[in-house]
Design a protein around this ligand. Structure first.
Ligand SMILES: [Zn+2]
Length: 357
């Protein structure tokens, strides 16, 4: 008993930290005050070890409801999953993501047992097969998923072509997204915006402007939940609801899908793949969600960009999140990359894909 109590107490401490951050955020974000929460999260999140799944997986709030938009920031923290994160060595992080889910290991052992007895023969119907696959899927890290589904999950383009794709998540908003668009327009750069369905509904004119000015758009979920914490049905609803909004506003259904925090499990990936989506994360993280200044944002990008890179930045965040560093750094980043001979293209161009499904 004492042990349990002690453990519970420890858990509370950890949860408290996480909850505190979230509390303000999520759901509210969904409503009107939501944004503020974002900021909080991003800020508090521990910078150094973040990449470790710890933050993303564990801390985030429940699915659906809460909209941890700032999450992306975390996403950035999560980057490692995506590919070769800026800060920490890549390999470890990816694994960390799956790690958070304590039940997995047990699940593996348990499922076999339960099913073994219940079902007479190994040659089970399709249903059983799917279940076993889904359970196994949860075990795979993002890097393992990319390796298993290279045709459906990308973090970069071909290294032979000297192109780089700038991407901006969590918009649209009427605060930073217009500023990002102004800079891109002034420099003749086409980028890719991964939009939240809820925010798209709130700022339809900004969505139309993004498309009108030649940028590509992608589906970034409706409320920015952690996909691995959702059932496939909940996951599908997030995607389809957003797709409907974007189709209504732009006239097409985006092929690109970027999971919040870059996190997705195998069953969800299979669903997305079967519906014609291409999962696109990143391999260069600006970490701009941490309210970094111009030079830091610029350094994080220019220090890691290479041929085929997909760069993660944000065009919207919480009320307390200051993305002015991204806006200010953008002209210099564009100039430097071009000076180095890189072409700045949209993700569909980088990956030679159609923008629509
Ligand atoms: Zn995001």
């Amino acid at each position: 008993m004492k042990r349990l109590i002690a453990i519970a107490a420890a858990g509370c401490v950890l949860l408290t930290a996480g909850c505190g951050q979230r509390a303000p955020s999520a759901d509210e974000g969904g409503g009107a005050g939501g944004p503020s929460s974002f900021a909080e999260r991003a800020v508090p999140a521990p910078a150094p070890g973040e990449p470790t799944a710890g933050p993303d997986g564990a801390a985030l709030p429940a699915p659906g409801g809460p909209a941890p938009l700032s999450a992306d920031g975390r996403t950035s923290g999560t980057q490692p999953n995506a590919a070769a994160p800026v800060p920490t060595p890549a390999p470890a992080p990816a694994q960390s993501v799956p790690a958070p889910e304590p039940a997995k290991p047990n699940a593996k052992a348990e499922k076999p047992r339960q099913r073994g007895p219940a079902k007479p023969e190994p040659k089970a119907p399709a249903v059983s097969v799917q279940k076993s696959q889904s359970s196994a899927a949860k075990k795979l890290s993002l890097s393992e998923l990319r390796a298993k589904y290279p045709e459906a999950f990308k973090v970069s383009g071909a290294s032979k072509e000297r192109n780089v794709a700038l991407t901006f998540d969590d918009g649209p908003d009427d605060r930073f997204t217009p500023q990002v668009l102004d800079v891109l327009k002034a420099h003749g750069v086409k980028a890719t915006f991964f939009l939240l369905g809820k925010r798209a509904e709130e700022h339809p004119d900004i969505v139309r402007r993004i498309v009108r000015e030649g940028h590509a758009i992608g589906n970034h979920s409706y409320r920015h939940p952690q996909f691995p914490k959702l059932t496939v049905d909940q996951f599908a609803q997030e995607i389809e609801q957003t797709e409907e909004v974007l189709n209504r506003l732009t006239g097409y259904r985006p092929k690109l899908l970027r999971p919040p925090y870059g996190a997705i499990d195998e069953e969800q990936l299979q669903w997305a793949k079967s519906r014609g989506y291409m999962i696109v994360n990143w391999n260069v993280d600006s970490l701009d969600w941490k309210n970094l200044g111009e030079q830091q944002v610029s350094g994080n990008i220019l220090g890691h960009a290479k041929a085929g890179s997909i760069v993660l930045q944000h065009s919207a965040g919480g009320d307390k999140q200051d993305l002015s560093g991204t806006v200010k750094a953008l002209p210099g980043i564009i100039a430097k990359l071009r000076e180095q001979g890189y072409g700045l293209v949209t993700v569909p161009e980088l990956l030679h894909l159609s923008k629509s499904k």
